[in-house]
Design a protein around this ligand. Structure first.
Ligand code: UD1
Ligand code: CA
Length: 437
C-alpha cells in the first residue's frame, strides 16, 4: 500500500513537427491504437492511479475527442500557446489545488513504457518519502536529453538541458527520462518561481529539481532498467522502430505461453491479442487490436485479423483471409480468400474459398451481421449479404448470392442454369478462318 493517492499528468500538447503529418503526433498508431492510448493504458493498468490530466494543445480537439471517447478517468486541459514542459504541468495546478498526494508526469509519446516500471518508480518514491523523484537512464549517446547533474558528493542537484549545457555537462551520460513523481503539496509551489531565461526561452519542468534542492526537499533519481521503455516517438522512422519493439515483446510473450510462431520476422501480433497454446502462426500474419484465439488453431500464412475476433479452439484461418469483429467457434475452417466481418460462425462450419460476408452498406453506413450456425457450409465464391442467417447444417452452393435466411439442412442456390452450346467454338473457328482466307 502506498502512503498517498496518485494522479497523473500526461504531456501531449506538442506539435511533433518531425512527423510531417496533419495528424497530431500522439494520435499516430501502433497496431491501430494511438501512442497516447498506450501511455494512458500503462498508467491506468498500474492500478494505483485513479485520474489523469492530459495536457493538449496542437490539434487539441482531435486529441480530446480520442481521450473522451475512450477514457472516463482522464480529463484534457488546454495549453495554448505551448511555453514549455513547466508551463504544461502548471496548467493542471487549478485542478490539483488541495491534492495531498503524488503526481506522475509522463509524456504522451512514449508508448513502450510499462505499468510495472511506473509502479516500481512510484514505490521507490513512496518508500524513500521523496518529495521529487526523477526517472533517469544511462545512455551511451545522451545527445538531446537533459543531463542529470550531481555535486561532488554525488547528490542529484539539477537537470541541465542539452542546449544550456557546458561541454563538461554534455559528457554526462545519465539523462532525464522525462518521467517524474511529484509530491504535489511540497513541490508545486516551485511553479511560481520557474523562469524562462534559458536557451529555448521555455518554462522548463526540469527546473523544479533545482528549486526543490534549494528548498531542502528530498530529491531522488531512479535509474531505469531498460532504456527501451522511454523511447519517444518523434518521426515516422521512430514509429516503425517502436512498432518492431512492441511486436517483439508481444511475440515473445506468446511463444512463452506456448504459441508456435514460424517466422517472427514476418509476423505482427498486437499486444492485446491472447492466443492459446499449440496454436501455430504461419508467416506473414498481421493481427491488430484486441482478439482472443484459442488452442490448436492454425493461422496463416497471409492472414489478417483486424480487431475484435473471438476465435475458439482448433480453428483454421488460411491464406488471404480477413477477419473483423467476429466470433468463430471450435473446429471451424475459413481456409482461403475470404472476408468474415461482423459475423458469428458456429462450430464445424466450413467456409468455402472466396466466401464474402457483405456486411457494409456504404450509403446508409450501416454494418449488419451474418450468422452461420453449427455445421453449415458455404461453397466457393458465395456472397452472404447481411443481415442474414445460414442455419444449422445448411449448405450454400458455390457462386450464390444469399440475400435471405437459409433454413437448417437445406441447400440454397442462386445460379442461372448452365447452358451448353455444342460445337459453338468449332463453328466460330470455321467462320473466321473462312473470312481470313
Ligand atoms: C524533455 C526534458 C529533458 C528530457 C526529455 C526526455 C524539459 C525542459 N526537458 O526535453 O530534460 O531529457 O524531455 O524526453 O522538460 N510539451 C507540452 N507542452 C509544452 C512543451 C512540451 O505538452 O509546452 C510536451 C511535448 O508534447 C512532449 C513533452 O512535453 O510530449 C516533452 O517536450 P519536449 O519539448 O519534446 O521536451 P524535450 O526537449 O524532449
Ligand atoms: Ca524542447
Amino acid at each position: 500500500m502506498l502512503n498517498k493517492k496518485v494522479k497523473s499528468i500526461i504531456l501531449a500538447a506538442g506539435k511533433g513537427t518531425r512527423m510531417k503529418s496533419d495528424l497530431p503526433k500522439v494520435l499516430h498508431s501502433i497496431f491501430n491504437k494511438p501512442l497516447l492510448g498506450y501511455v494512458i493504458d500503462a498508467v491506468n493498468n498500474t492500478g494505483n492511479i485513479d485520474e489523469n490530466y492530459v495536457i493538449v494543445g496542437h490539434e487539441a480537439q482531435r486529441v480530446e475527442e480520442f481521450v473522451e471517447k475512450n477514457y472516463i478517468n482522464s480529463k484534457c486541459i488546454l495549453q495554448t500557446p505551448q511555453l514549455g514542459t513547466g508551463d504544461a504541468v502548471n496548467k493542471a495546478t487549478p485542478y490539483l489545488n488541495d491534492f495531498d498526494g503524488y503526481v506522475i508526469v509522463i509524456c504522451g509519446d512514449t508508448p513502450l513504457i510499462t505499468s510495472e516500471t511506473i509502479n516500481n518508480f512510484i514505490e521507490y518514491h513512496d518508500n524513500n518519502h521523496s518529495d521529487l523523484t526523477v526517472m533517469s537512464a544511462i545512455f551511451d549517446n545522451p545527445k538531446n536529453y537533459g543531463r542529470i547533474i550531481r555535486d561532488k558528493n554525488n547528490k542529484f542537484i539539477s537537470i541541465v538541458e542539452e542546449k544550456d549545457a557546458t561541454f563538461k555537462q554534455k559528457e554526462v551520460k545519465e539523462v532525464n527520462a522525462g518521467i517524474y513523481c511529484i509530491n504535489w503539496k511540497t513541490v508545486s509551489p516551485a511553479f511560481n518561481f520557474i523562469k524562462n531565461n534559458n536557451a529555448q526561452g521555455e518554462y522548463y519542468l526540469t527546473d523544479i529539481v533545482k528549486w526543490s534542492v534549494e528548498n531542502s526537499l528530498n530529491v531522488n533519481s531512479y535509474i531505469l532498467d531498460n532504456n527501451e521503455e522511454i523511447f519517444g516517438i518523434n518521426s515516422k522512422l521512430q514509429l516503425a522502430q517502436a512498432t518492431k519493439i512492441m511486436n517483439r515483446r508481444s511475440l515473445q510473450r506468446l511463444m512463452e505461453d506456448g504459441v508456435q510462431i514460424t517466422d517472427p520476422d514476418s509476423t505482427f501480433i498486437s499486444p492485446e491479442t491472447e492466443i492459446g497454446s499449440d496454436t501455430i502462426i504461419l508467416p506473414n500474419v498481421y493481427i491488430t487490436g484486441k482478439n482472443t484465439i484459442g488452442r490448436q488453431c492454425k493461422i496463416g500464412p497471409f492472414s489478417h485479423i483486424r480487431d475484435g475476433a473471438q476465435i475458439g479452439n482448433n480453428v483454421r484461418i488460411g491464406n488471404f483471409v480477413e477477419i473483423k469483429k467476429s466470433i468463430i467457434k471450435d473446429n471451424t475452417n475459413v481456409s482461403h480468400l475470404s472476408y468474415i466481418g461482423d459475423s458469428e460462425l458456429g462450430s464445424k462450419v466450413n467456409i468455402g474459398a472466396g466466401t464474402i460476408t457483405a456486411n457494409y452498406n456504404p450509403i446508409s453506413k450501416v454494418k449488419s451481421k451474418t450468422i452461420i450456425k453449427d455445421g453449415a457450409n458455404t461453397g466457393s465464391n458465395s456472397v452472404l449479404v447481411a443481415p442474414v442467417t445460414i442455419n444449422e447444417m445448411a449448405s450454400v452452393a458455390a457462386g450464390s448470392v444469399i440475400t435471405k435466411d437459409v433454413e437448417a439442412y437445406s441447400l440454397a442456390i442462386t445460379r442461372t442454369p448452365m447452358k451448353v452450346f455444342s460445337d459453338w467454338v468449332k463453328k466460330k473457328i470455321e467462320q473466321y478462318s473462312g473470312v481470313n482466307k
